[in-house]
Design a protein around this ligand. Structure first.
Ligand code: KOT
Length: 808
């Protein structure tokens, strides 16, 4: 462990001087905010010295550099994480206490940058953590949104979106690198000139903006490697402030140019898998791709000169979903237009450098752009895509039966659109899915024609999570217990968590596992009382579903279960229910009506249930507003049941399933995404699986023999009753009934099979919760889940990427 402070004394001295010099006040007069700022500045400056050493090591040893391009990085707060990774968290906490401060209080001042929607963005952040831990020279390349994803407030049960002004107080981790700014051109027209018998192209008449990078240090556990995350902000090129307009009193006109440029990095689009076509989004995609490629090539040039054929040996560019799909064409553009390489050589270099991860099979999430929009905004990039497409089509093997269909399925340009997934596959040497089932579905269905043509490109990389953030940092009491039992090795190598299996038969240890869980439940209950004004009982089971709202994730199924249990308990006070708190949290895309209505339904059910003394002994429903990394870290450790109930085949992987498992929750789930790996690792007897499997879902849909009305009629007392209650005023008191959900379900013929899986789901829940009375056995299962969760460390995932894709 490379500690940044040798002793408390050393820390105190440095910290004191950091606080006073930064605030200009004697220590006693400084505020908590001053002290927070000074602490971050001190840790950040230590991080930067390690970064310099890392950079020197990478340079001297000629290490391959990996660039992870992602339009989202949901990094969360960094301070606690970096203190842990530098091995000084306890030392700093004690020193601050002696100085009259409290570390946790100071940490609350850190903004939680909402630079991502959900799983995809958080995965990118866990990967940065793991690349630094594994000593990989790995760099994030993304966007610095002025406003994070919207803040969610609940008004009369419904989601309201407000702006997240996360930068108001500044962001002490970042360093602006004006010297590394890159000019990015939009629009204009392509001009070709002949040069030594060869055409060379450039674009004239572009509207330019300046992409300005901000660097954030990424500290790896152990403190030996500090990498960086570079995020780009859009600004006007020169100060094109219109002084004449200003003097004439037209202030808006004076500012217009700046506003237009800044709009590109103003907001993160609030869509998790869906909603495309916004010109600004396309500008965002090109901005961070073009600026990123420029800085990748700059670094390469400094180290290796212009010997571009060496690029794949020293550089790997990974594209996180299709948002950075322009990496291929942009790299081609630079190599061919600016570096004057022949097309074939440039193409060979490009495809050997780039790789691609697919994160979803949802058809509405597969990115497509109208050719007309694309070619107007990015004329030269479009020409290059057109040329890639032309060559792909020309080289297509026409000797096989059905080649026309296969070419149509894999074409980049089709039906007036640019298909970004196909572009990504064609420009990459590797294509991976994010869990075994997901990769199987990609190979057999979504990308089956590509798989038939180039099976060697395809591979699986089951997702992972950072055990430092989601166990050590989020769950200190459990982490302490684990360390007492098996030492600290699990922080380096999470596979060592399996040593906990030796304690599964130890009643005293299991008692302490339960005590730690209870402590975490009290902590969450306190948060819920502060944030929602709701009292929840830490002695009840904490049943948790926290993730983005989406029809296929079936929060609706979960709340139907709650409604059913409520109905049955009211009908029969002797109906046995294990006392449970049903906890939900998550955002819905602002334009996604069904998801927002599901949130309103949950809050409306909560309003009725929580105020009904007939059931309050046994149930409460709690919706925690504004789900984000910081409150997620309070929720996962308190959970006992992990709800992972997507329609089988739809959730590519899921990662909250892994976070909850590592924190000792039992999975109540379908055989979907990485739930399958969970069952394989921990054994079906330690989770609770229900519902149709992916092949059964396919078969049922293909048969056309599933009818919502039949389900409704077959079970009038329970399922039928729940459906009726959507429109009969039972839950209408807060803000009305739920006709749109009713229509979606009954007229949409139960598209997501909520009604189909309802009976087996509720039964599974009842069986699972009955087991809670045997607390020893429950705690044993909880511990077993933690013991088997080490494989889900993102360190393991990243080593697989390194060995099998990047060769770094
Ligand atoms: C797709 C388009 C835009 C924005 C987000 C997406 C997206 C997000 N697609 N998939 N995801 C989730 O990615 C996670 C990390 O791989 C998966 O665990 C999860 O199943 C995906 O839904």
């Amino acid at each position: 462990m490379n500690r940044i402070f040798e002793s408390k004394e050393e820390f105190k001295e440095l910290y004191l001087s950091s606080v006073t010099s930064l605030s200009g006040k004697p220590f006693e007069m400084t505020s908590d905010f001053d002290r927070f700022q000074a602490l971050v500045k001190l840790v950040a400056s230590k991080a930067r010295s390690v970064q310099t050493e890392t950079e020197k090591r990478v340079h001297d040893t000629g290490q391959k550099r990996v660039y992870y391009f992602s339009i989202e990085f949901l990094i969360g707060r960094l301070l606690d994480n970096y203190l842990i990774n530098f091995g000084v968290r306890d030392l700093v906490a004690e020193a601050l206490k002696e100085m009259g401060s409290n570390l946790e209080t100071l940490e609350e001042y850190e903004p939680d940058p909402a630079l991502g929607n959900g799983g995809l963005g958080r995965l990118a952040a866990c990967f940065l953590d793991s690349m630094a831990h594994e000593g990989i020279a790995g760099y994030g390349n993304g966007m610095r949104y002025r406003y994070g994803l919207f803040k969610q407030e609940i008004v009369n049960g419904a989601q309201h979106e407000t702006t997240d002004d996360w930068l108001v107080h500044g962001y002490p981790w970042e360093v602006r690198r004006q010297d590394k700014a890159v000019r990015i051109g939009f629009g204009g027209h392509v001009v070709g000139t002949e040069e030594n018998g060869r055409m060379r192209y450039h674009t004239e008449g572009t509207d330019d903006v300046l992409a300005v990078p901000y660097d954030i240090p990424v500290v790896g556990y152990g403190g030996n490697t500090v990498n960086k995350l570079r995020v780009w902000s859009a600004e006007p090129v020169e100060e094109e402030f219109d002084l004449d307009a200003f003097n004439a009193g037209d202030y808006a006109k004076a500012q217009a140019h700046r506003a237009e440029a800044e709009a590109i990095s103003a907001i993160l689009y609030p869509n998790d898998a869906g909603e495309h076509g916004r010109l600004l989004r396309l500008k965002q995609e090109y901005l961070f791709v073009a600026a990123g490629i420029n800085s990748v090539l700059d670094t390469f040039r400094k180290e290796h000169g212009s010997d571009w054929k060496l690029l794949p040996q020293y550089v790997a560019i990974h594209t996180n979903d299709t948002h950075p799909a322009m990496c291929g064409p942009e790299l081609m553009r630079v190599l061919v237009d600016e570096e004057n390489l022949e097309w074939d050589e440039a193409w060979d270099i490009t495809t050997k450098t780039i790789s691609y991860t697919n994160h979803t099979i949802l058809p509405e999430a597969l990115e497509k752009w109208p050719i007309s929009t694309f070619s107007k905004l990015l004329p030269r990039v479009y020409q290059i895509i057109d040329e890639i497409s032309r060559r792909y089509n020309a080289a297509f093997d026409r000797s096989q039966d059905g080649w026309q269909d296969r070419l149509r399925q894999t074409a980049i340009l089709w039906d007036g659109e640019v298909r970004m997934a196909n572009l990504s596959v064609i420009c990459s040497h590797s294509v991976n899915g994010v869990a075994k089932l997901h990769t199987d579905i990609l190979e057999r269905e979504t990308l089956k024609d590509f798989y038939a043509l180039t099976p060697q490109k395809f591979n699986n990389k089951t997702n992972g999570i950072s055990p430092r953030r989601f166990l050590a940092e989020a769950n200190p009491s459990y982490a302490k217990l684990i360390t007492e039992a098996i030492g600290t090795g699990w922080l380096d190598d999470a596979a060592e968590l399996s040593k906990l299996e030796a304690f599964e038969g130890d009643p005293a240890f299991l008692e302490r596992v339960g005590a730690s869980k209870h402590e975490n439940k009290v902590r969450l209950a306190n948060y819920v009382r502060r944030e929602c004004g709701l009292a929840i009982d830490p002695n009840s089971i904490f049943d948790v579903q926290v993730k983005r709202f989406h029809a296929y994730k079936r929060q609706l199924l979960n709340i139907f279960k709650v409604m059913d249990i409520y109905n049955r308990r009211i009908a029969d006070p002797n109906f046995r229910v294990a006392p449970t708190t049903f906890i939900f949290s998550g955002k819905a895309a602002s334009s996604y009506t069904f998801a927002k209505e599901t949130i309103r339904l949950i809050n409306s059910v909560a309003n009725v249930v929580n105020n009904d003394p007939r059931v309050n002994e046994v149930m409460k429903v709690c919706f925690i507003p504004n789900f984000r990394v910081s409150n997620a870290q309070l929720i996962y450790p308190a959970a006992e049941i992990s709800e992972q109930i997507s329609t089988a085949g739809m959730e590519a992987s899921g990662t909250s399933n892994m976070k909850l498992m590592m924190n000792g929750a039992i999975t109540l789930g379908t055989m979907d995404g990485a739930n399958i790996e969970i069952v394989n690792l921990a054994g079906a007897e330690n989770e609770k699986i229900f519902g149709l499997t992916a092949p059964e879902v396919d078969e049922l849909r293909a048969s056309g023999m599933h009818f919502a009305w039949d389900m409704y009629n077959a079970d009038p007392d329970r399922l039928g009753r729940v459906i009726d209650e959507l429109t009969d005023d039972t839950f209408a008191a807060l803000s009305g009934n739920f006709e749109s959900i009713y229509n979606e379900l009954m007229n949409g013929n139960d598209h997501d099979l909520v009604m189909k899986d309802f009976a087996s789901y509720v039964q599974a829940w009842e069986e699972l919760t009955q087991g809670y009375s045997d607390r020893m056995d429950w705690n044993r299962r909880a511990l077993h889940n933690t013991a088997c969760s080490g494989w889900f460390s993102s360190d393991r995932t990243i080593r697989e990427y390194r060995d099998e894709i990047w060769g770094a």
